[in-house]
Design a protein around this ligand. Structure first.
Ligand SMILES: [Zn+2]
Length: 221
């Protein structure tokens, strides 16, 4: 169990003005996924001593859901996301959602994964926001991040509404008050992607966050 070192800001990579609900995020991240043939091959090699798992991995319509493998849709548990059977949904098959909290367009803050106020990231608090640092980080996402006029969704844009901005600001000062040595960053400081479509160190500085609470690695934009 590691110390909480970073808070990381994300966007949902959806067009400006489009609402995103907690169920949307659950579906994107947790709903079942068809693993690639290459992935299956690697898994078969890695699990040579587990005949039951090998059987599932060799089935033609194998799915991954919450990190576990199922032979086909009928083998999936009877669970729902947003009232829809997971058997009808497809997502990334992750075992945990990507964020602890989300901020909807009207500025509402919604908790997706519970956490406590100590300085450790317990296994039940982990979210899958940015590979490599999830055991050290708390992730927050705002709905938006893409220019709505580009239908291909290739144009990144800081689409935070005034209400989202206000909520994010309060969230930032709140987490710093609870964890005085924590550093804030954007996803684009840990991965070569545009998320969250703005320069987080610059923004943190502009709202008066102390330098010790800003992660200063280069920003990919
Ligand atoms: Zn992100």
């Amino acid at each position: 169990m590691k110390q909480l070192q970073y808070f990381v800001i994300h966007c949902t990579a959806t067009p400006e003005g489009r609402e995103v609900t907690p169920d949307d995020i659950m579906q994107w991240h947790l709903a079942p996924r068809f693993p690639s043939p290459q992935e299956i091959e690697t898994l078969i090699k890695a699990n040579a001593s587990k005949p039951a798992l090998l059987n599932i991995l060799r089935s033609p319509n194998v799915l991954v859901y919450k990190g576990n493998y199922y032979s086909d849709v009928n083998a999936l548990p009877n669970e729902t996301i947003g009232g829809v059977s997971i058997k009808r949904l497809r997502g990334r098959g992750w075992s945990r959602v990507g964020y602890s909290d989300m901020i909807m367009l009207d500025g509402s803050l919604v908790n997706l994964t519970p956490y406590d106020d100590d300085n450790y990231v317990e296994p039940w608090e982990i979210t899958n926001g940015a590979s490599g640092i999830n055991g050290l980080a708390r992730h927050i996402v705002y709905a938006g991040g893409k220019d709505k006029t580009d239908l291909s969704l290739k144009t990144n844009k800081d689409t935070r509404t005034p209400a989202q901005n206000e909520t994010l600001k309060n969230w930032v000062f709140n987490i710093i008050a609870k964890h005085p040595t924590i550093k804030g960053a954007g996803h684009n400081q840990f991965a070569k992607k545009a998320c969250p479509s703005f320069n987080v160190p610059q923004w943190l500085k502009s709202i008066g966050v102390a330098d010790v609470n800003i992660h200063h690695s280069p920003v990919f934009l």
